[in-house]
Design a protein. Structure first.
Length: 261
């Protein structure tokens, strides 16, 4: 690890430890170490599509995809009382699988393992509502409802996949919460995102306007590179564990805290 990277990690840890309302924002880059491809990296899904190439191959079968050390580090930061809210553009469910509390998470583009009710906005797993994809399909909003398909067990409303496809409206509650926490943040930590998708890319701008320190952890360029207070260009799995360890040192936290809530 270079001396410059060590200095950057120390600065990030100091800012995290001193923060009163830290917000993290994650893009596809946080899940690449789990075996999922990113979208706008050199070999990303959209990069290859724009070049007329087929989608990149997954490093692992879907059944073997698990949260990685970066997901776990965010869980630890929340348990230490430092990370107050997490905004994610990902639909892979890995933040919830890692143990991050759902009430502090806004999944702006939905979740590929959850369905939601259009009427009452309740969330369910496919199993909870008896939704069989082989019978009813994916359940996307744009698909015509089929006779006899499962209804919301809370209000009997129509249930759909929570994944937000192109042209679908973004989930109103998640957007509202994400902007509210961005406005309150004193540290806004963007991880593995190109920050070019609207309206999500307005959240770091709002945070900056309200006086937050902006930290970018991303290998590719973003529109905020010149505005960031700290720009870390390194592997996410290389950065988050040592930063977490240093935050614990600064807080005087014992290692056993990592298993408590």
């Amino acid at each position: 690890m270079s001396a410059n990277l060590k200095k950057q990690l120390e600065t990030a840890a100091e800012w995290f430890a001193a923060s009163q309302h830290m917000v993290a924002f994650t893009g596809a880059g946080i899940s690449t170490d789990s075996g999922l491809p990113d979208f706008r990296g050199p070999d990303g899904v959209w990069t290859r599509r724009d070049a007329g190439l087929p989608p990149p191959r997954w490093d692992k079968p879907a059944s073997q995809i698990r949260p990685n050390v970066a997901h776990d580090a965010l869980v630890q930061l929340e348990r230490l009382g430092k990370l107050q809210f997490l905004i994610s553009q990902n639909v892979d469910n890995l933040h919830l699988e890692s143990g991050f509390p759902g009430e502090k998470l806004a999944e702006l583009h939905g979740n590929g393992k959850l369905m939601r009710c259009l009427a009452c906005d309740s969330r369910f797993t496919f199993k909870q509502v008896g939704w069989d994809r082989r019978v009813w399909g994916e359940g996307y909003r744009t698909q015509r409802p089929l006779k006899g398909q499962p209804r919301c067990p809370v209000c009997t409303g129509r249930i759909i996949s929570s994944v937000v496809n192109f042209g679908d409206p973004l989930p109103a509650r998640e957007i509202q919460e994400a902007f509210a926490h961005s406005e309150r943040s004193d540290v806004f930590f963007a991880i593995g995102s190109s920050l070019v998708v609207s309206p999500a890319n307005e959240m770091p701008r709002v945070a900056l306007e309200m006086g937050a320190r902006l930290i970018l952890l991303n290998r590719g360029e973003t529109p905020f590179d010149e505005l960031a207070h700290l720009r870390i260009e390194a592997g996410i799995g290389e950065v988050l564990p040592p930063v977490l360890a240093r935050v614990k040192e600064l807080l005087g936290a014992d290692a056993h805290l990592s298993g408590e809530r």
